[in-house]
Ligand binder design. Sequence first.
Ligand code: WTA
Length: 644
Amino acid sequence: MHTPEPDRSDAACGLQKEEQVFRPLSNIVSRANVTPQEYAAALELAASDFKAYWEEAAEELGWFKRWENVLDESEAPFYRWFVGGRCNVVYNCLDRHIDTPNKNKLALIWEGEPGDSRKYTYYELYREVNRFASALRKLGLLPGDRIVIYMPNLPETVIAMLASAKIGAVHSVVFAGYSAKALAERIQAAEAKAVITCDGYYRNGQVLKPKPVVDQALERLDSRLAEVEHVVVAHRAHVETPMRKGRDHWFDDLVRFEPPEALTEVMDAEDPLFFLYTSGVAGKPKGMVHAHGGFMVGVHRTLDWVFDIKPTDIFWCTADAGWVTGHSYAIYGPLMTGATVVMYEGHPLYPQADRIWRLVSRYGITILYASPTLIRMLMGFGVEFPAAYDLSTLRLLGSVGETFNPEAWMWFYKVIGRQQCPIMDTWWQTETGMFMISPLPISLLKPGSVGKPLPGVEADIVDGAGKPVPPGVRGLLVIKKPWPSMFRELYKDPAAYKREYWEKIPGCYYAGDVAWKDEDGYFWIQGRADDVVNIAGHRIGSAELESAVLSHPDAVEAAAVGVPDPVRGEAVKFFVVARSGAENVDELPEVLKAYVRQELGPMAVVQAVEIVDSLPKTCSGKILRRALKARELGMGIDDLPGLD
Ligand code: WTA
């Protein structure tokens, strides 16, 4: 065990009152996939020739045809990686394991909320995916077609994603908590040909039914813009489900007679693999497009290095498949490394707050990757629950999505990790596809910091003009070189891709986060610089929140700002100007809270609605959200970081 010691950067930056550092454990270092010497060599190689670094990472995976050029920058910022290469991520997740001892190893351990469980070996998962891939082909789905998947964490969700990628289609997973309106927007934006869902699923002791939501969403579609030809429904809760003849099919019926072998489509490295919609800086959610080749290289390398995956690991990333974490590190990444993946259907506190620990001890989980919100929630229930379970199998812990406050970090480290498990606090985004800034198990850790940029990633903190700021000074987080698993575009909006990400700070990728670096080069993330609210790690743009509240007839003007929430990191506060003549204005805050939840789904957590006479605005009429936020936090407007 190692002892905390004071860090000299305390005094240097003065931003962190109390800081501890934790030296790497010798038993972890001696067995790490990447030794300190290899790490130093990788940093050196990446600094002198980052393309060579990523080329070496690409060589660890299977390709149908080798690339001719690692990176084409001729049309920057529209970068192309592994140009001329042919591949398919599913080949690396499944096909190539079938010829190795992994064939009969467990790929997926799934547990339903009621406690039922299903397990798949790599060979079984491979065969299920093949059957569903053939079924999708029979429905007429072709490479490049878009498939929306509206399901919670079920084995069929994994099968649907992999089968879609296998046939070269592009999946867009929509979080099952989203409303019909949000689902319709995403189906329409992706011009999806098929939607895959389930009859019902278990969440917090209830059966939720997504199929009627799909039906409502399809009714809202403008048929000139999108035509969904097929809806596939997997059985889960066996509840009564409306089915429309011709359009709707049961998953089981489609796969029943399909053969267990299917061709893996040979894709160009740059062909799209999936879309994910997330809130960007401006207005509506944006469709981030990720490509087969670069995505698999970046995710595989970073998972292997950061989580130090061993053949014996049982890896659990608690994320929902509807978020990028659920794509990169709950499904694609761990399957590429040949790990055994755990997936859980339900609510983390059901039937009580020991569920996570029960899962860890039931399956002997070795690596647990969660979010600060989840840890803070569990911390609120004290140490009795974790103490009641054998958590000794855990050897590494991870965090993502929000700043991990040192208090919760220490709880995770001491109570869950017994001071034996390093915590990998990974900074990344839907846009980046992979970890960008993160410690490795061999790194010195500072609670609350995400460590240093990984090899091949050049990150910095700059001012609004792009000039690097000195250590200890807050600035904007930028990435100075392209990386393989970067998003390739915003679907059908190349102008916004350039404007929002590549032109704000010339020559750099603008991440939208405020951060500072200490004297040792460790990064400390402070939160978003833009009008994006990060609720429990889920990004929602203020424009999206405001348009939801404004669709209520009694709200005429609205501003949404993120305010601190002790568990979720942030929640939303609305300032609303009510319609003159609106009745029951006293009750309007509660009415609007419920309304927003219904419009956007349960992750739009509204802390308060304040009815105001007017909103502060710039002379050009732009709402001054920063002024409202500063007032809310008891700060001056200039104390808040941001671009404008
Ligand atoms: C925030 C999630 C602090 C950040 C993978 C980023 C973090 C946004 C961390 C992306 C972290 C992510 N520490 N903040 N370790 N990781 N963030 O696209 O503000 O859902 O810009 O991707 O989450 O959220 P997204």
